[in-house]
Design a protein around this ligand. Structure first.
Ligand code: HEM
Length: 417
């Protein structure tokens, strides 16, 4: 890590409020390191934001994740401005997904879809993942030695997987791509739909509603064995699942595994390019792919945070969090914690143990963690043995977002066998 940024504790806290910080890895890590060292549970105040604590140490993030009754996801699961909080509250009237629920509602709804993500079911997808990896490699060959690996390969592959899981036709690919980018990239000028963020978000949600209402009608009439059929015909507490929770299920299934997985793929390749010794090591010993994939996920931590709200006064890391106060769990910071990871700023494809928190922990632990790992293993497992040379062909660019972010452009030059 460079030490180009000399930040005070206050400056470090304020840096967490802006998407631009997450486009500059050195700046983010400088800010997070200052907080971990000097004020690991840091109270941040700014006129545009409702105040909250930033939690930067691994042990403290874990402690909060493990106490879901004391720290709720509702009403503020994601950090935004006061205006953004109001917007999300409004969105919450239209759709409600797992990350906006708490028990007992959360357990009942998660139970509906969790079987779908069990190894028994996921293993049936392996053949499809192999085909998609092969298609990506063919695309790289056809491109003649140069691609933007982030937008041409890493963004596409997980979206085809999502279409497969939901049982949607490949012709719906462009529509899904636009919608997921608009939902997650609302802050990034490249992706936002409307100068007025609220108007853009309402249009995006309306498009989702129209599309998935059609899918529901179809799967009610003719159920298949896809995830859409589980959602369309879902029963919770003896009643059909309500419309806004149903939409929330579709939306989280369509979005949660997209930019997250593609960011870890593109960021994973960038890390290998920046650490050529680790690329050579992995190519020489393909059995390291399992640890390499987890290291890519730790390194990139595509989900930068989730938030919780305290239901009681609770002491964490020697600091009292008062009832009603909000906390931001900084996964990227926790995953560089010097007290947990040996040499945390070293990218090590053989790292073991690797107790990273990039998938969260506890009752909300990422439902797609196993699927995401399978996707990365399949793509890199097929690609790396065939890459004779690979190098950067331009400046990588990161997304401007405080929530889900990573490498959005990665121009590379390569020779492939
Ligand atoms: C590298 C890729 C991914 C990362 C880094 C990631 C990260 C996360 C994180 C941090 C959470 C919140 C956990 C918590 O609050 O403790 C989460 C929740 C979730 N993820 Fe992922 N995710 C990834 C891929 C996927 C995929 C492929 C899917 C499936 C399509 C998926 C589906 C979900 C769902 C449904 C939840 C909500 C779980 C709940 O609230 O009960 N994710 N993910």
């Amino acid at each position: 890590m460079t030490q180009a940024h000399d930040l005070t504790v206050e400056e470090a806290g304020l840096a967490f409020l802006t998407g631009a910080t997450f486009q500059d890895e050195a700046l983010f890590h400088a800010a997070a390191s200052v907080l971990r060292r000097h004020d690991p549970i840091h109270w941040v105040e700014h006129p545009d934001f409702n105040p909250f604590h930033i939690v930067t140490k691994h042990a403290d993030v874990l402690e909060i994740e493990l106490h879901p009754a004391e720290f709720l996801n509702e009403p503020r699961a994601i950090m935004g401005t006061k205006e953004g909080d109001a917007m999300r509250a409004m969105q919450g009237h239209l759709v409600k997904s797992l990350v906006q629920m708490d028990d007992p509602e959360h357990r009942a709804h998660r139970g509906l879809v969790s079987d779908w993500f069990l190894p028994k079911n996921l293993s049936t997808l392996q053949g499809r993942l192999d085909q998609l990896a092969e298609r990506s490699i063919e695309q790289m060959i056809a491109a003649g030695g140069e691609v933007d690996f982030a937008s041409d390969i890493a963004l596409q592959y997980p979206l085809y997987v999502i279409l497969a899981i939901l049982g949607l036709p490949e012709s719906d690919y462009p529509r899904m791509l636009r919608l997921t980018q608009e939902l997650f990239g609302a802050e990034d000028p490249e992706f936002k739909r409307d100068e007025n963020a609220l108007a853009g978000l309402i249009q995006t949600v309306a498009d989702f509603v129209a599309y998935f209402d059609g899918i529901t009608a179809d799967r009610k009439a003719t159920p298949t064995n896809d995830l859409s059929s589980v959602i369309a015909n879902g029963i919770v507490d003896g009643e059909p699942i309500a419309h806004k929770e149903q939409l929330g299920m579709y939306i989280i299934a369509a979005t949660a595994g997209h930019d997250t997985t593609s960011n870890s793929m593109a960021g994973g390749l960038l890390a290998l390019l920046q650490h050529p010794d680790q690329l050579a090591r992995l190519q020489a010993d393909p059995s390291l792919i399992t640890t390499a994939v987890d290291e890519m996920i730790r390194w990139t931590s595509p989900v930068k945070h989730f938030m919780r709200t305290a239901t009681v006064d609770y002491e964490v890391g020697g600091r009292l969090i008062k009832k009603g106060e909000d906390v931001l769990l900084s996964y990227w910071s926790a995953n560089r914690d010097e007290d947990v990871f040996t040499d945390p700023f070293r990218f090590d494809v053989g790292r073991s143990p690797n107790k990273h928190l990039a998938f969260g922990f506890g009752v909300h632990y990422c439902l797609g963690a196993m699927l995401a790992r399978m996707e990365l293993k399949t793509l890199f497992g097929a690609l790396l043995p065939r890459l004779k040379t690979v190098e950067l062909a331009g400046e990588p660019q990161l997304t401007r977002s405080t929530f889900v972010s990573g490498v959005k452009h990665l121009p590379i030059r390569y020779e492939i066998a």
